[in-house]
Design a protein around this ligand. Structure first.
Ligand code: ZN
Ligand code: ZN
Length: 334
């Protein structure tokens, strides 16, 4: 099968992925094989190929926002059948028995494995996954439009949930890429007012189209303080900026898997019972809840589609914030 693999991490400008012809994987017991139609691009893919994340598997096929059709079942799989359309997300497997798994926090399982990082992912024509870790895709979404829901969407949903904003309250979003453009729609659907902070004029324009009440740059002060905020950009310098405009008892959620150093904070910025929390991965329950909600809204995903052969180019575009909405690789059809 055709696949794009990473052998050695290097900057996206140096075309770190190579095209390879790999054997079609076979599903083991409890697994399903998926013929990949589309795979979303995520900043974590960029962190993987550029070596910001320690290598777990080499070579590895990146990609963890996979939409495709089940074409083979491993032994003992009864929950799915051939031909089912499913999505695969970042969480590939968990142990099911540790204290975090038992507490409903499987996203923190120390034995968790991740798609396109510990195991081969979706920049390839086929992939395999445990049957319990793939999700039905609501028919309202095309393959390409569903792909960004599977990481950007699910992580955005968990961040939004943990930020705890309520109807008629003010939510700030810092950075307006793939996650934020979905969160704003959830928040508008639930009648929150959304304030968007981003350097990119095109991202501000998209935010206004999607119902932001106010858009500006991070250093600017919104007309009203915020009840909650989510930082999607990996810039620690945004933390004091966001705390500055957060109301008493507000929550600031940090959605990134990495972030540059957070500057020293004046305690006054945090006082009055403000909460800063990170968001790490997501659970299967997040995925199922979010996909259902996404279909209910229904979320409009703004996608820019690239062919699988353009994987390196697409990652560079992602790095340079040149993608409007979310980037998606079209892998195969039919
Ligand atoms: Zn991701
Ligand atoms: Zn566990």
């Amino acid at each position: 099968m055709r696949a794009f693999i990473l052998e050695h991490a290097s900057p996206a400008e140096q075309n770190p992925l190579h095209e390879a012809d790999l054997p079609i994987p076979r599903p083991g017991p409890g697994q399903v094989r998926v013929k990949v139609h589309a795979c979303g691009l995520c900043h974590t893919d960029l962190h993987t190929v550029e070596g910001d994340l320690p290598p777990h598997k080499r070579p590895v096929v990146p990609g963890h926002q996979i939409v495709g059709f089940i074409d083979a079942l491993g032994a003992n799989v009864t929950s799915h059948k051939e031909g089912d359309r499913v999505g695969i997300a970042w969480l590939y497997s968990t142990c099911g028995v540790c204290e975090f798994c038992r507490r409903g926090l499987e996203n923190l399982c120390p034995s968790a494995q991740f798609t396109g990082y510990d195991l081969d992912g979706g920049y390839a024509e086929y992939t395999v996954v445990p049957a319990d870790f793939c999700y039905p895709i609501p028919p309202v979404f095309s393959d390409e439009n569903a792909a960004p829901l599977l990481c950007a969407g699910i992580i955005g949903y968990r961040s939004y949930r943990l930020a705890g904003v309520r109807p008629a309250e003010n939510l700030g979003l810092y950075g307006f890429g793939a996650s934020a453009h979905l969160v704003i729609q959830l928040a508008r659907h639930q009648k929150s007012n959304v304030f968007v902070f981003t350097r990119s004029e095109s991202h501000r324009a998209l935010a206004r189209e999607l119902g932001a009440v106010w858009t500006s740059r991070a250093e600017d002060t919104p007309p009203e303080p915020l009840h909650a905020a989510i930082i999607f950009a990996p810039a620690g310098s945004l933390v004091p900026q966001a705390l500055r405009v957060l109301r008493k008892a507000g929550t600031l959620a940090l959605a990134g898997i990495t972030m540059s150093e957070i500057p020293a904070l004046d305690y006054a910025l945090l006082y009055h019972e403000k909460t800063v929390r990170s968001v790490a991965n997501s659970t299967r329950q997040d995925a199922r809840e979010f996909l259902q909600l996404a279909a209910e809204v229904p979320l409009q995903t703004e996608v820019q589609v690239f062919d699988l052969g353009q994987a390196n180019h697409a990652l560079r575009a992602l790095k340079n914030s040149e993608i409007r909405g979310a980037g998606v690789l079209r892998v195969s059809r039919g």
